[in-house]
Design a protein around this ligand. Structure first.
Ligand SMILES: [Zn+2]
Length: 310
């Protein structure tokens, strides 16, 4: 009888490299976390080799599953990760595979999170699951019939970019006008400007010329402070309409939310309520639900993907 080898997992973000292992029972154990040498390929590969060698004597059959910030080109495997120059424009799976002498798979972290939720989380049993990341920025992924839809250039599900934000929002009879702000992606009016935690802070600053952290704005909303409350009401409209539109287009019957804002239960309930108003067909069950893999969902998804292709 053959045994299922453990899957070695890495999470690569702008700040850290995280190492974990998923056992045959699909349990993930975190083994290590180090600051990422984001600017140097030799330093990056040396760190990854060392982390894997130090922590466990992995079988040579154990694949390495990587969840990473950035986009993986579906045809060439080349990375687009401008905030991590160490492997920007490199074929990470091929290069690390040769270096470490094991099978390496690499996927975008939002795609991995969505896959984890669709396979084993809040999206289990749903044919089409959209993963909406509301972290420091806005990201997303799409899983249909148990497969990640990477699409053209690996960009499927990127609902945070494009000229999509409203410029007028009506709150209790008052019309609030908002500028479509320029985004680092080169467009103007991206949801990313107002949608994630940094976006929420930017929205508050745009409305009131006040600097406040997303946590403070959310706490103020929960205490019914006037300014914070209005910021959240505007935020709910800005975010819910593109999300409802995304649901209409993809046919998702469940949106799993990841990222820091997913942990604010009341905000997610309010977002679900707004989205249900705007979708073509509202559902009895909540459509917008915080994911169960908000922590380490990327690694879990990457490991499940490695098992699927093994
Ligand atoms: Zn943008």
């Amino acid at each position: 009888m053959s045994t299922t080898p453990a899957v070695i997992c890495l999470d690569l973000g702008g700040s850290f490299v995280k190492l974990g292992v998923m056992d045959a029972q699909q349990q993930l154990t975190i083994l290590d976390q180090q600051k990422i040498p984001a600017d140097s390929w030799p330093d990056f590969t040396a760190l990854v080799s060392r982390m894997i060698q130090q922590h466990q004597h992995f079988s040579t059959d154990s694949p390495l599953a990587i969840s990473t910030a950035g986009i993986v080109a579906p045809d060439s495997g080349e990375m687009f990760a401008s905030n991590i120059p160490a492997f920007h424009q490199r074929n990470l799976s091929q290069a690390l595979g040769e270096l470490l002498q094991r099978k390496v798979i690499v996927h975008n972290d939002a795609d991995c999170f969505t896959f984890a939720e669709a396979q084993a989380g809040v999206g289990k049993g749903h044919k089409v699951v959209f993963g909406a990341i509301l972290g420091s920025g806005v990201g997303g992924g799409l899983v249909a019939d148990g497969r990640i839809i990477t699409g053209q250039n690996g960009l499927t599900g990127e609902w945070g970019h494009g000229p999509i934000t409203l410029t007028e929002v009506d709150i209790e009879g008052e019309t609030i006008r908002l500028p479509r702000q320029p985004c680092p992606c080169g467009q103007k009016g991206c949801l990313d400007s107002y949608g994630g935690a940094r976006g929420l802070e930017n929205l508050h600053r745009t409305l009131y010329d006040v600097n406040a952290s997303s946590l403070d704005i959310i706490a103020g909303w929960q205490q019914q402070e006037v300014q914070a409350n209005r910021t959240i009401q505007v935020w709910l409209q800005l975010v819910s309409q593109p999300l409802a539109y995304t649901i209409n287009i993809t046919g998702a019957s469940l949106v799993a939310v990841g990222g820091g804002l997913a942990s604010v239960t009341a905000l997610m309930e309010a977002l679900n309520e707004e989205v249900q108003r705007y979708v073509l067909r509202s559902t009895q069950h909540p459509l917008v639900v915080p994911g169960v893999f908000a922590h380490n969902g990327g690694m879990i998804g990457a490991a499940l993907l490695a098992r699927q292709v093994a």
